[in-house]
Design a protein around this ligand. Structure first.
Ligand SMILES: C[S@@+](CC[C@H](N)C(=O)[O-])C[C@H]1O[C@@H](n2cnc3c(N)ncnc32)[C@H](O)[C@@H]1O
Length: 152
């Protein structure tokens, strides 16, 4: 049987954001997948500062590249749910399911076309106040929170 949703980060490039997400995921009991290459390594001072001792609690899987992440995901028959400002479907209108992988793009550039094409669903966090995008860690908290609310 499929477990909970998972959080996936596509080539994250800001260590402090990833540390914040790993802390959040550890506290929520959610696993995290990082699609490498990241813009930092796991010894990064900012990652450790944001993640603190929660990093030791985090269920983190690192995938060397997009192809190996996809090989794992397809083998596990998990849906890929991409969060992107290019989507039109609000995340609150989507029916999340156990096993979903919630994928977030990199801070500097989002996700490339091949990732959009692989996604089973693309979701938007509406921003009624305007602006280009939200911080990725805040996006993770909002969407994973909604997914957990629906599934539990
Ligand atoms: C800082 S944003 C990336 C901004 C990037 N310049 C772009 O155009 O995608 C980092 C990630 O947070 C998520 N994100 C931020 N705001 C979002 C929103 N309003 N709707 C959906 N996803 C969002 C997406 O996964 C995005 O790739």
């Amino acid at each position: 049987m499929k477990r909970d949703v998972r959080i996936a980060l596509y080539q994250p490039d800001i260590a402090g954001n990833t540390g914040t997400i790993l802390r959040f995921a550890a506290c929520m009991g959610l696993a995290v997948d990082i699609v490498e290459p990241a813009g930092f390594d796991l010894s990064d001072r900012n990652l450790r500062r944001a993640g603190m001792d929660y990093l030791e609690m985090a269920a983190l899987t690192r995938h060397v590249d997009w192809d190996s992440f996809e090989q794992w995901r397809l083998g596990a028959t998990r849906r890929l749910v991409l969060l992107t400002t290019a989507a039109t479907l609000p995340y609150t209108d989507f029916a999340f399911a156990k096993g979903d992988v919630l994928l977030f793009g990199r801070e500097s550039a989002g996700a490339p076309d091949k990732v959009h094409e692989a996604a089973d669903a693309r979701l938007l966090i509406p921003m009624p106040g305007g602006g280009r995008s939200l911080n990725v860690a805040l996006s993770v908290a909002m969407v994973a929170g909604e997914a957990m609310r629906q599934i539990s």
